[in-house]
Write a protein that binds this ligand. Sequence first.
Ligand code: GLA
Length: 677
Amino acid sequence: MERHQPAPAAHNWQRNSIVFGCDYNPEQWPAEVWNDDVALMVEAGIGLVAINIFGWATLEPRAGEYDFASLDAIITLLHKNDIRVNLGTGTASPPPWLSTKHPEILPVMADGTVRWPGARQAWCPSSPVFREHAMRLVSKVAERYGSHPAVALWHVSNELGCHNALCYCDVSAASFRRWLESRYRTIERLNDAWGTTFWSQRYGTWAEVLPPRATLAAGNPAHVLDFERFSSDELLDYYRQELAVIRSVSAIPVTTNFMVTAHIRTLDYWRWAPVVDLIANDHYVDNRLEHPERELSFSADLTRGLANGNPWMLMETATSAVSWQPRNIAKVPGELTRTVASHIARGADGICFFQWRASRQGAEKFHSALLPHAGTDSKIWRESVELGSLLRRLSPVAGSRVEARAAVMFSWESWWAVDADSHPSQDVNHLREAHRAYAALRANGVTTDVVPPGADLADYSLVVVPAVYSLSSAEATAISDFVAAGGTVIITFFSGLADEELRLRMDVSRANPPGAFAELLGAWTEEFFPLGADESIVLDDGSSGSIWSEVVRVTTATVLARFADGQLAGHPAIVSNSFGSGRAIYIATALDDNAFGTLVARELTRAGIVGTSLGPDVEVVVRVNAADRFVFVINHSADEVSIAGTGTELTTEVSVDGTLVVPSGEVRVLREQLVSS
Ligand code: GLA
């Protein structure tokens, strides 16, 4: 797997500081407001402003007629005030004249219905007409501002794939066929990969292949998976097209904002990461989840994984409530600092917000901003200003790296593949199992990397493989090799069952159960027994499982726990096997959090990994550079906590001699010198 290497131009984008920035949509305000805005930005310490994200209708009010007056003015104003610009290419949402003139650019859903203009991002990723118009705009913008001294970064489109990733129109169908042809070369190979002999699906020519449009019964899962792969690649191709236009006239680093989050799964960012100059992510606290703070830290650690450990940027987050959840919960005092600190602790060197000034009109007028409707006499504004000052105090952290000896494997392809129809249980979800595994490590105070299948695992002592359903042979072998060389792996149910074409992994010449890990685990699975919706199952060590159980047959493994009730009472639930110089553990159910935490604690001790556990509600993460260790302690709990340490505490700027005390709800960052100056 190609991992991200920053382009030379991207070096030191943070300028040895933690960047404080925001989206700014000045076109929704009269020009008189802009001066106040920029003066307040200076007061808050804003250093980077994303503009022109949705600028198309303003820049090109009629086809081919461009008006750069307001964009010129706002860039000049920001530049005068020493605020750098993160310049949107402006293509995120086409103006109404374009879809009126060319309705063929509109996206079509699986059931053939069209998604109309009126919101945003209503364009088909494959549409040559859309692309032609978009590239014309990009080229105008890039030529005009490509060497402007204020521009620090290019921001391509916006959250590509947020709404329009999957388009099933005829143009997309033709592009899908081209993608398939380059993947499989011959139609016979495609037939073989998709197993089309079943249900009479065999294709005679490429022209017969369609996107997986709405069907009467379950679609072919390999067909569906390839369409998701294609759709991610198609938008990546679109990104590359904008990139090429920008690169032809500008040397400024180029990026786009990813959505590494629990509710959007449209793009395989492992494939995108090598192509952007800087990894940038948008993350909002998702109060629909049971444990939003875990999801936040998983997302941040995964984003660092995409950046291959290099500093990354939080391109968008919210000071308080968003406006797109069913109930938009405001942040309580201190929560903003804790969430931001968690991103920085996990490698972010830039913290930017959507948006600068809360809107008065439009779909997002109830979304929080740095400058709320209430103005500067408000909790949010005071917190925004305080945050700017905190980020300045944290500037020594910039450029340092997070070190981890444990990793969780995560794969967008498996997320898509597990979600296919006609599986043993609709409750199996790769992301949820990744979160479960990650939570067990987090509760033990262990910093965790998130890695793709096929990653080099040599730096880790413990790796968890959570419901990673589809793996290529090389990816499966990399896991076994890691264990043979002395590593510990914890594999959870529904992992390694299928190859990358979703063929169950089995030797066709004899009866044998599917799975890549029978030898590694010293165990194999005879039959799945998924649990009912709210059912749980007790294990004989007092723990419990949900979602899943199965008949595990042991060959060389030792049984660590057995199911104690239900149909599988007496059957192994958790087994462990020595393999080469390492150990492999298999968990045949969705283990409860406490038991998973305890199991992980035991394996961490064996693997020689020492966590700083102050309980699941206190995050302790360390960033290091050649001279310093920065110990972040983020206390979400109701109690004061303390850890040993000596150095300077950056948030309060006081020295600490022996014990760092962190009051309830607060954040502390201890700078410990590694070398004496
Ligand atoms: C996304 C988008 C922004 C805005 C925010 C609201 O991140 O990029 O334009 O809609 O969500 O949370």
